[in-house]
Write a protein that binds this ligand. Structure first.
Ligand SMILES: Cc1cc2nc3c(=O)[nH]c(=O)nc-3n(C[C@H](O)[C@H](O)[C@H](O)COP(=O)(O)OP(=O)(O)OC[C@H]3O[C@@H](n4cnc5c(N)ncnc54)[C@H](O)[C@@H]3O)c2cc1C
Length: 349
């Protein structure tokens, strides 16, 4: 079997510690230890615990999360490899349905999986020819194989994209940041659709919005936890719909309710109630943030429903449209149909 690395998650070139210095805690991303993929994995984990200020302080952070089963965080890094002279990838797809497998004919296959998929396959003795690449990409994830593997060369051609189109966007409290992406050099858009992937950090959005987002099942999510993060006074901000903000009487009702929710949450905590139970008081308006990864095909479906459909709810639609602009910049051949509809319905109404 011959193996060739085609792509793995790389950093959005528009981001650097300097470029994002004023964007919340985004610059902590580079304080993580190890490779960029590992930094992204740690960042996703620390978004859940609101502990990004501790990036890089615990060398065992990733392996500890994997050991305890908090494994969504290792779903945000994707690697694509080509395999020749084999039909094994079909079997891998049957072993783990979360990998993408495309038949190139003549015994050639393109296989994409996130680092969790590859870990699962390796543990079951499958796909081991890819291990030297995956171990080089994210050594902490594959620590259990260290010693038995020599890292492969990860050199790839530079990505072909305009960083200006990939700048984070801000709409009121909502910030949309493309953290990383894979862009395998596959000429056929149908192949690219299934093997390209992108990871976004969505911030300043309501739980009402993320509840819609997480209904999309062909995706990976790491969201700030209301079980582990104390949301007492000042711990959360509400997201205010424009329709409410524009009506002083409605706004007063909403503000009154938030104040009560805040007070009662703090009271329950004082009474010794755990965070996981005190959160029952929190409203849908509570601001949250979430790291989200999908392949281009799943993003495409999401965009049809949530970004370019006039029936989509305003908050997720705004978020989807900001993501669409960046995805279109990454892969115009894949996202042209959604982009055209967006322009027709929203940019030139
Ligand atoms: C305007 C609007 C209103 C909505 N209203 C409601 C509502 O009132 N109540 C409510 O509960 N939900 C509602 N939803 C959510 C909606 O039903 C879906 O759950 C959500 O949009 C996820 O999309 P999806 O299921 O098409 O695809 P995803 O989960 O994103 O999956 C992508 C594709 O994979 C395939 N797929 C994934 N999983 C399966 C599976 N188990 N079986 C078969 N095929 C699968 C399908 O082809 C699917 O299109 C609404 C969505 C929209 C856009």
């Amino acid at each position: 079997m011959r193996v060739q690395l085609l792509a793995y998650t790389r950093q959005n070139p528009a981001l650097s510690p300097q470029a994002v210095a004023s964007l919340g805690d985004l610059a902590t991303l580079w304080k993580g230890l190890g490779s960029f993929p590992e930094q992204m994995i740690e960042f996703a984990g620390r978004v859940c615990y609101r502990s990004t200020h501790r990036m890089g302080s615990a060398p065992e952070f990733i392996s500890a999360r994997v050991r305890e089963g908090h494994e969504d965080i290792i779903e945000h890094v994707v690697a694509t490899l080509r395999f020749d002279d084999t039909d094994a990838p079909l079997r891998w797809r049957m072993m783990n349905r979360h990998c993408e497998v495309s038949d190139l004919g003549g015994g050639g296959w393109v296989v994409s999986g996130n680092t969790r998929v590859w870990l699962d396959l390796f543990r079951r003795g499958a796909g081991l020819d890819a291990l030297p690449y995956l171990h080089a990409i994210a050594p902490k994830v594959y620590e259990e194989f260290s010693g038995a593997v020599q890292d492969a060369d990860l050199t790839l051609p530079p990505a072909k994209i305009d960083p200006d189109a990939l700048q984070p966007t801000q709409d009121g409290p909502m910030r949309v940041t493309l953290l990383g992406f894979t862009q395998p050099l596959l000429d056929d858009p149908a192949l690219l659709e299934h093997h390209g992937a992108a990871t976004f950090l969505f911030e300043g959005i309501s739980r009402a919005c993320t509840h819609q987002l997480v209904r999309h099942r062909l995706a990976s999510f790491s969201q700030e936890s209301q079980r582990y993060v104390d949301l007492s006074r000042g711990g959360w901000q509400p997201v205010v719909p424009k329709a409410v903000a524009n009506q002083p009487e409605a706004m007063a009702e909403l503000e009154g309710f938030w104040r009560i929710a805040e007070e009662k949450y703090a009271k329950l905590r004082q009474l010794g109630i755990r965070k996981e139970d005190a959160r029952f008081l929190l409203p849908n308006a509570a601001e949250t943030r979430i790291v989200t990864t999908m392949n281009f095909a799943a993003w495409g479906h999401f965009l049809w429903l949530r970004a370019v459909d006039t029936a989509a709810q305003w908050e997720i639609r705004t978020m989807g449209q900001r993501a669409l602009a960046m995805l279109y910049a990454l892969a115009p051949a894949v996202f042209q149909p959604q982009w055209d509809v967006y322009l027709e319905r929203f940019a030139n109404p």
